[in-house]
Design a protein. Structure first.
Length: 72
């Protein structure tokens, strides 16, 4: 059994915290950051039951950036 290190981001959305994996398009939520991360870990474990670890994209030095869009 080998380890797979994955990058994730956690943010607040309304009353919940959302945890999103940056390597795989999987996310989950919870009432706290810890709960959201625990739920994300479970979702990722289920994902990788059927998918190879090679599906995970390499993410390096992820940073949050703000984009401003003009709307009509």
């Amino acid at each position: 059994m080998s380890n797979l290190n994955l990058q994730s981001v956690v943010y607040r959305e309304g009353e919940h915290y959302v945890a999103q994996c940056l390597n795989i398009d999987v996310s989950s939520f919870g009432a706290s950051e810890a709960e959201a991360l625990a739920n994300l870990q479970e979702a990722l474990e289920l994902y990788f039951e059927d998918a190879p670890a090679s599906d995970a994209a390499q993410v390096e030095a992820a940073e949050v950036r703000t984009l401003t869009l003009q709307r009509a």
